[in-house]
Unconditional design. Sequence first.
Length: 171
Amino acid sequence: MSEVRSVDYAVTRFDVPLPGTFEEAVRRYESLVPDYRATEVQDVIRSGGSWESALALAASNAPHGFMIFWKNVGTALMTLAGDATPFVMYLMGNYAIAERMFRHDPSAMMHAPLRTEIYRGADAPRFVIDRPSSHFGSYGSEDIAQVGLELDHKVARLLTLMDAPVPDGLG
């Protein structure tokens, strides 16, 4: 039986102000990061389609590199506890990019897709994300680390498209 592996590493979390209202920030994000088209992907799989077909679908589905795999508006539940701050959590990613890490270490899927959140801050809506390279640099694979750095740049580009400041070292 093989040994248990344990990896300690540092993660940088960014909490970035966004322009406009909370509702506008959510709409802008969701317009730039469209929903994952699961039905179309399942159609490719069921029809015996190729990986190239799946890649073409990913390219058309994610014009800025990302799509939303999961969304949770948790505000109502937190309101029961007396916390009325609006927030939405997402899993944002791209299976075409994730596969480039999975082939080297399937456990990299622990961090793909990326967790993101938009919440109403005291003075502006906020976008929260961990630096992708923080996670993917911890796998001991230069190939996976390189994809993590590529994702840093894609997140920086997304923030630019959202008219938000790009944190130092991200882009």
